[in-house]
Write a protein that binds this ligand. Structure first.
Ligand SMILES: C[S@@+](CC[C@H](N)C(=O)[O-])C[C@H]1O[C@@H](n2cnc3c(N)ncnc32)[C@H](O)[C@@H]1O
Length: 209
């Protein structure tokens, strides 16, 4: 399964990681998927292309991101939104006239799926409380990387796991974001939830036993 980059930045930039991720989605065949941390929307587009192949038009993708610097939490790690490739800077500044890290630009990248997507600009610590989790069957958790945020996101997604769905967490074992692993390990232990570490410690998959 090819993971395409669409001339943008993504956290799944290594080919084998993107392909591993898409294979997991293909196995689970979710109908309603939530991605926390959309960034430039590259993974979102790959997910939509795959779900369209599996379900036709009968799927939903929900994407949530700050799409801005986190003013409430200056310690949060935000990926560098600038390109090192000057052609990409020119392309977005003068041709697309878009900031690729914006709700409008992600909407544009996903426009062929406009009837299947819902993009939300906001902080997961607040917004997740308002999302109906009862129908969501897959969450890709790749938003805030600090301990409190990951812990809060996991607690707010607990219903998905209890209902038989999957929460796949990115960056499980990052040396510069140790709060991710701490939050996942505590959450799975405290709630008696099965935790599978995959792809050389890159992902943690959380499911019911
Ligand atoms: C690693 S990037 C996501 C990469 C994306 N999933 C991909 O595959 O390319 C993390 C994203 O999480 C967002 N983020 C950080 N803290 C957040 C929060 N509290 N609520 C919502 N989004 C958050 C950042 O704005 C950033 O775009």
């Amino acid at each position: 399964m090819k993971y395409k980059k669409y001339f943008r930045k993504t956290s799944l930039k290594q080919k084998r990681v993107g392909e591993f991720f898409l294979k997991e989605i293909a196995i689970k065949r979710p109908k309603i998927l939530l991605e926390i941390g959309v960034f430039h929307g590259v993974t979102a587009r790959n997910i939509c292309e795959l779900l369209k192949k599996i379900h036709g038009n009968d799927f939903k993708y929900i994407g949530l991101d700050l799409f801005a610097e986190n003013i409430e939490n200056k310690d949060e790690i935000i990926p560098n939104t600038k390109f090192s490739n000057p052609f990409k800077n020119i392309y977005f500044k003068y041709i697309k006239r878009q900031d690729p890290y914006s709700l409008e630009a992600v909407k544009d990248l996903l426009k062929k799926f406009e009837n299947n997507i819902s993009l939300i600009k906001g902080n997961s610590n607040i917004v997740l409380k308002k999302i109906d989790m009862s129908k969501i069957d897959f969450v890709f958790l790749d938003g805030g990387h600090d301990y409190q945020t990951v812990k809060s996101d996991l607690n707010l997604c607990r219903e998905v796991i209890i209902n038989g769905g999957t929460v796949l967490c990115d960056d499980y074992d990052l040396s510069y974001a140790p709060g991710v692993k701490k939050a996942i390990d505590e959450f799975s232990y405290d709630n008696d939830i099965k935790r599978t570490i995959m792809c050389n410690n890159r992902f943690a998959k959380l499911e019911k036993h």
